[in-house]
Each structure stands twice: as structure tokens, then as C-alpha cells.
Design a protein around this ligand. Structure first.
Ligand code: AP5
Ligand code: MG
Length: 199
């Protein structure tokens, strides 16, 4: 198996680069944000709870999101060659839970790719996306909260994974292709896996 975390602030390009990672390394993509937005769209109980947090730019409680990930891994990722975790973990307890969830399945986390993008560019990207797609949490007030939550609760994971030797920092500015090339090289060097096609 090849399990990767794509890590970074809101708007850093996690979703964009995940699409390329799953294609080039044959992996299954789990974005906890997308799973939650799907629950909101379907009006489930979890969706109703999640909306109250997402609309404020706050994190869903750890126990809820960890249970959800456990279910998604069983329901959708059992046959996968490996998983790209996008938007999870976001707290230290989530990082510890991920280790347990993978160990319970006889596997482990191989690398954490950290997309590093200056805050002004993050804000600009999210404001643009809000205009183009209408994503509900891409408004300036919620964006400010999401960035603050990132700084306080999620950014400490950079240190956590650096200490464990699994953090691969990647400059997340430039074209999508340039960034992916750096990510793929980092994954290849860290894991020995190879991308399907190299330009
Ligand atoms: P989530 O959906 O994970 O959102 P996020 O972390 O805020 O990140 P985004 O999806 O906004 O950005 P991204 O990094 O995927 O960037 P993208 O590729 O889209 O979470 C949403 C909410 O759900 C959270 O706030 C929380 O409430 C809840 N939640 C989710 N997971 C949770 C968890 N584990 N625990 C608790 N709560 C959780 O790119 C952004 C934009 O930039 C796009 O328009 C894209 O086209 C553009 N772009 C991408 N790359 C480039 C580039 N190189 N140059 C220029 N533009 C680019
Ligand atoms: Mg995303």
C-alpha cells in the first residue's frame, strides 16, 4: 500500500494536486471536506451538524470526523492500492487516530506532502473560487477564521510530522504542473514508488 497525506492551509491546492496524485500513483482520494459537503447536500444528520461548523470556518469535532473516516475507509477504500488523505489529519489527535486506523488495517502512513503557500495568495485563490463556484465557506469572514484555525490547530502537525521524518515540504506556488512535479519527485524519493508518466 501507499498512503499519503496531502497537507496545507485552506486554498493551498490539496484538492487540485490530489487529482494528479491519484492518477499518477493509482491511489484512492479521500477529502474529508468533500465527504462533509456531500452530507450537507444530501441533508443527513451528520451534514446538518457539519454545516454549523463549516459555515463558521471551525473544525468538526475529532470524534465525529475520525468515525467518519473509519467508515469511508471500510466502505470505499478496501480494495485501493493506497489512499491520498486530503484535509485529514487537522489536529494531533486526528494524526494519532490515522496511525491507529492504518495499523488496524495492517498498513501505515508513508509520507506527508506539505503545500506551502503565502497567506495573501491563499486568500486570493479562495475569493476567486467563491466567485466562480459559490462554495459557501469561501467568503472573506469565514476564510479569515479558517486561516486562524489552520494556524492554531493544524499547522502544529508540520512539526509533528517533521519530527517523525515523514514531512516533505513543497513550495505550493507556480503552475499546477510545476508543483506536481515537485510532489511526485518527493513521493518517489521517499517511497520508491514511480509515477506513471514522466514528462
Ligand atoms: P476542506 O474541504 O478540507 O477545505 P480546506 O482545507 O479549507 O481547503 P480547500 O478545499 O479550500 O483548498 P485546497 O487546499 O483543497 O485547495 P484547492 O485545490 O481547492 O475543509 C472544509 C471544512 O470542512 C473545514 O473548514 C472544516 O470545517 C471541515 N473539515 C474538513 N476536514 C476536517 C477534519 N479533518 N477535521 C475537522 N473538520 C474538517 O485550490 C484552491 C483554489 O486555488 C482552487 O480554485 C484552485 O483551482 C486554485 N489553485 C490550485 N492550485 C493553484 C495554483 N498552483 N495556482 C493558482 N491557483 C491554484
Ligand atoms: Mg479541498
Amino acid at each position: 500500500m501507499l498512503n499519503l497525506v496531502i497537507f496545507g492551509a485552506p486554498g493551498s491546492g490539496k484538492g487540485t494536486q490530489s487529482a494528479k496524485l491519484i492518477d499518477q500513483f493509482g491511489l484512492y482520494h479521500i477529502s474529508t471536506g468533500e465527504v462533509l459537503r456531500d452530507h450537507i447536500a444530501r441533508g443527513t444528520e451528520l451534514g446538518k451538524t457539519a454545516e454549523t461548523y463549516i459555515s463558521k470556518g471551525q473544525l468538526i469535532p475529532d470524534d465525529l470526523i475520525i468515525d467518519l473516516l473509519d467508515q469511508v475507509l471500510d466502505a470505499e477504500a478496501k480494495e485501493a492500492k493506497g489512499v491520498v488523505f486530503d484535509g485529514f489529519p487537522r489536529t494531533i489527535p486526528q494524526a494519532e487516530a490515522l496511525e491507529d486506523l492504518l495499523e488496524k488495517r495492517g498498513s501505515k502512513l508513508h509520507a506527508v506532502i506539505g503545500l506551502e503557500v503565502p497567506e495573501e495568495e491563499l486568500v486570493e485563490r479562495m475569493i476567486n473560487r467563491g466567485r466562480q463556484t459559490g462554495r459557501a465557506d469561501d467568503n472573506i469572514d469565514t476564510i479569515k477564521n479558517r486561516l486562524e484555525v489552520y494556524r492554531n490547530q493544524t499547522h502544529p502537525l508540520r512539526e509533528y510530522y517533521t519530527t517523525r521524518g515523514s514531512y516533505i515540504p513543497v513550495n505550493g506556488t507556480g503552475t499546477v504542473e510545476e508543483i506536481f512535479d515537485k510532489i511526485a519527485t518527493g513521493v518517489e524519493n521517499a517511497t520508491g514508488e514511480r509515477r506513471r508518466t514522466k514528462k
